[in-house]
Design a protein around this ligand. Sequence first.
Ligand code: ZN
Length: 404
Amino acid sequence: MATTSFLYHSLGLRGYRHLATRYEGGCLIHHVEMAPDKRRCKGCGAPDSDLILYGRFQRTFKALPVGSRRQMVVLHGHEQVCRRCGSKLREPILFAEGSRRHLRCFERFVVDLCWIAPIKHVARFLGVSWNFVKDMFKRHLGRRLKKRSLKGVRRIAIDEFSIRKGHQYMTVILDLDTGEILHSAEGRSADAVIPFLRRLKAASAKLQAVAMDMWPAYLLGVREVFEDVPIVHDTYHIVALANAAIDATRRDMYRSLKGQDRRVLKGSRFLLLKGGERLDHSALTHLEKLEHLNRPLFQAYLLKEDLRRFWRSADKTAAKKFLGAWIARALATRHKHFVKLAKTLRAHRNGLFAYFDHRISTGPLEGINNKIKVLKRQAYGFRDIEYFKLRLAFLHESTPAFAG
Ligand SMILES: [Zn+2]
């Protein structure tokens, strides 16, 4: 049934002769040996005519299955003595790497399956262990990542996501032009970004802009390596800060309300439901007190809503004018959380204005956050963090339904 040509075309066995095929225990076993004209000395490359075959060895390799039938290849190899260099070596094996016990084509098959199916299923289908499949896919991704050039990187986004409960973070760096995660590291210190940025610099990448939040460690890290590259503080994180300021204001208000004022709030429901024209003098006074109580929160709300208009400014000049006015208003309210926010924005204003030169944000990273979540939920969890990082590096190629 099987022939030399069949093994060549189906299993990529180039340079081998088919000896026999047996069917044993639900498994197809092909016996092969090296074709004499392919025989070379492993030491010096001398041809077959210079070699003396003096011993034999046998090795068995996993090959791709045919449907649900497993397939193996048994190599009948020779020990060879070279007349030219005198070495006594086994013949080289052309279809497998080093000491691997599977064919190269088997590895390619596993990798192809890993792109479209969970490791667990690939392992079950091929009758191998989960770790075997994972390690194979990991090697493949690692090899590919090594070949990835950083030279063309122009605009990146840096952000963090939480990997475990209890403030354990991972930093990711995204290429905003290709959508590839270029780097990931545990933690969110400057050290989580510096080594990568150094590699970027060493690759002579002409970095044009970096989008990130205002996290000081990232700022430090970027400035440590790229002194002049514009940093863009993006919308997403600043609006989140404004929302946090509102929350804090609301909590403060609630806590500070005492006796009299709590009573004002408490007795207000009936008042608020009643038509205005039916309120008597004392009810109107009550309403004024209510308005007074709620003013900080309402002002905070208006400030937050207004801040979002910053990114819709026509240009940088308009943006500068807008931010100046916003900061003045926020400071004038004397609400401590907005005063703090105003000061933060003032300190980082160049990063805010830079948006009007580069118009980038960490938005795309927020977008792939969901994909990261899916990846995190997979069975392997973080048992192998290096594998997890490799999967992140190729997240842009993974199908959304991917599981692991
Ligand atoms: Zn030799």
